[in-house]
Each structure stands twice: as C-alpha cells, then as structure tokens.
Design a protein around this ligand. Sequence first.
Ligand SMILES: Nc1nc2c(ncn2[C@@H]2O[C@H](COP(=O)(O)OP(=O)(O)OP(=O)(O)O)[C@@H](O)[C@H]2O)c(=O)[nH]1
Ligand SMILES: [Mg+2]
Ligand SMILES: [Zn+2]
Length: 439
Amino acid sequence: MARIKNEELTIPLLSEVTCPHCWEVFSPQDVLFISDHNNLLGDARLGEDARLRFLPTRFNRRCQPLDPIGHVSHDMACPNCHLLLPKQMIENKCRFLSILGAPASGKSYFLGSMIWQTRKVLLRDFGYSFTDAHPQFNKVVISYEDALFLNPKRDQRLPVGELIPKTQFTGNLLFNEINQDGRPVRLPQPFLFEYRVPDPAGKTRTRLMCLYDNAGESFLAGSEDASAFETTRHLANSSALFFVFDPLQDARFADALEEVAPGASRFGLPFPVQHRQEIILREASVRIRRFLSMRNDEKHKNPLVVVVGKYDVWWKLFPEAKNLDWLRNSRAKTNDSPDPQATPGVNLSAINRLSANLRTLLFRLCPDMVGTAEFFAEQVIFLPVSALGFACKEHSERGGDPNLVRPRDIDPFQVELPLIWYLTRSRTKSTDSDEEQED
Ligand SMILES: Nc1nc2c(ncn2[C@@H]2O[C@H](COP(=O)(O)OP(=O)(O)OP(=O)(O)O)[C@@H](O)[C@H]2O)c(=O)[nH]1
Ligand SMILES: [Mg+2]
Ligand SMILES: [Zn+2]
C-alpha cells in the first residue's frame, strides 16, 4: 500500500496526533481522506449521507490523494471516529484546555468572553496572533461572542441571563454523533484556535488550542446525560483545567457578601441554583484518575485554575483585585521598559500573590472547595474574573434593574487572565527546563 513518507512532504508532520473529537492518538500516516465527490457517499461511523472516508493508496504528481474514482481529496478525517480533522492538526502541536463547573456557574459566558478578549489582547499586548483554526469548528463560540459583543440589540437593556442560552447536553450544534460498535456515541464539538508565537530568534511557531463547552450536568455524578463519561473525556487530555467556581452558588460565600454588600448576592443568578461545587470537582478528578490510571493519592501534574467568576458581584469581598494593571508585562510596556528583553506575558509572581490572597478568602468561606482542588492537582491557582465586567453594577447603582444589561456596556474584567497565565507559564517552564518550547 502506497503511503506518503515523511521525507516526501514539504511540511514536517508530528510523530503522533490526538484527535480533537475522540482523543484517539494515531500516526499522521493513518489519517483518512474525505472524498470531495458527491457520488461517493456512505460511512460506517457517520451514516449513509456522509461523504466516503478512505485510506489513500493513489496520489497525483503533487502528492495529493486520489479517491476511488480518481478525484483529488482535500479534507482529512480521524481514523477512529471519521470526523473532520483540520490539516493543521497533523502539522502543529495542539494544547487541550478543559472548562468545567456546575450548571449556571458561568462557563459559557466565560468561554465566549475569554475568546473575544484573547483575540484582541494577545495580538495587541503580546504579539501573538490568535485566530480560528477552521471555519466549521467554532460556530458556537462565535455565536457566544456575537451575543455578548456584537449583539444587534446592543443598545437595548436585555436580561443578563438570556444573552447566551443554557448549554444543552443533547442537540446537534454542540455534539457530533458517531456509530461505535453499533451504539450511538455523542462527542462534544471541539473549538479549535491557531496561535502564532514569536520566538527570540525571530521565527514563528504555530500552535493549536482546543476547548469544549459542556453542560454543567455532564460533570455531575450520576448525571442525566447518558454520554457524560464520553463527553467529558477531554478532561484527561487537558494541559490545564479551568474550574469555573461560582461563589454566588455557595451559601457561605453569599452570606459573607451580604454583610459587606446587602442585596448583592442575588445578582448574577437568573434563577435560584445551588450546586455543591466541590462535589463536581471531585467527580471530575475521579474521572481523570480513571482515564489516566492514576493512583488515588497521586496528584495531577497539570495545573488547575480555579476561575472565580462573576467578580462584578462579589468584588467588595476582595477589592484588591480591582486594579490589576500591574499583572501584565505586555509588549507595549516592555518596549518602554528598561528591560526590552522581558518576555511579554503576565507577571507570574504577582499572579501567585494575587492567587494566594484569593485562596485565603476562599479557604475561610468554602474550605472544602480549596481542599478538593489542592488534593487533586500539584499546582492550583485562584483567579477572579468577570465575563461581563461592571456594566450591571453601574446600571443598578443608578437605580436600574441589576438583571438587565446593555451589551454595548459589557467590558470584561480580566477574563483572559487564566489563558494568558497558562501560555506564559508554559513558555517560562519550557525555557527554564530547556525542554522543547511548549507554547
Ligand atoms: N453578574 C454576572 N453574571 C454572570 C457572569 N457570567 C455569567 N453570569 C450569569 O450566570 C448565568 C449562567 O451562565 P452560563 O455561562 O450560562 O453558565 P454555564 O456554566 O454555562 O451553565 P450550563 O450551560 O447550565 O452548564 C448567566 O445566565 C448569567 O446571568 C458574570 O461575569 N457576571
Ligand atoms: Mg453553558
Ligand atoms: Zn477521532
């Protein structure tokens, strides 16, 4: 069987690839191609209307694969799940990041707001370009960004909770269904981004980043989501976990907030929800240990970021975080700074101090959550963010309804910090240890 050899390719391939849909690890030479031809339909995994998947045995002179009737094929598919695999996946390293948390903790708002801000801030402040890796993959997250920042009704006051719909654990926008051994399996839609990192030698490295948006219910033990185990398997492949903790769902935290800001704890929750969030984190850690065959007392090596969301509501309990400018070591700043070689990113020791202070607050109010996080991961970092910023607060201070927001006023607060922290940390770590650069 004729396979393309690595030395025949102008672009070097990775030695192994992880599928962003099913997380199967395989060699790029096993990648399937998808026929471009309308008459070649039918696939064992994806049904009779899907285009034919095939392992190419014939190529034209430009090394392009030919389908069984001799047409050139362009798109690739995973050899296991047969779902579309963007070409960059076989050429560039991909980092998986998982967002987890209770229902209504703010995961989808955080994701949409973080991606919007990251697109802007990474290029402007840090010189990284950050874009969609494939037009078909990111439709849902783009719809979140549109709802928050490009809303056609951006000048009207809209109910805060209705901008982004609750994430469902069924439906076809967030899932792809495949047939595995005669059984339907739902796999979550990956969101794929490509970012280019300038290195000191003036070369550029391209990396991919993959994220998912799960419904909070999929993280609950004994979940009503029948595919919960499969749809959250990305947790085990993640380079970092972002646990979105909603302090307003914790009665002890809400009581403390009531003392410093009477009435505030009712904001930010469109309906009364309360989930024991440390139980969700523990369930995630059980799944990860099982997937990775880790010992029960073994700590996870990858960092866990506890993203303490809705800071706009509870900021009075932690006012020191409101002025965070000093955290950034941006390109703009380093150009004027006495040390032009200073690597753009965030000031890691300043972040560690901020995290330690927030940990102290959380440890006082909800020690079980802090304990669960630290029992699970070697490195835990606590960061305050707000996907919406202070728009609702300012409106309510002027006597308006705190549950209404004018999308035009949304101005996220440090929502990109977890991602920038992760990128800065990976970069610093790989430089320190002289390993191959990670980010
Ligand atoms: N005040 C405030 N409220 C927020 C913020 N982010 C989210 N919310 C509120 O929290 C609610 C839940 O947010 P979602 O992002 O839908 O929560 P989720 O974790 O994705 O929930 P599921 O999809 O059910 O798992 C939203 O309806 C908003 O009203 C924020 O930064 N500030
Ligand atoms: Mg959601
Ligand atoms: Zn796959």
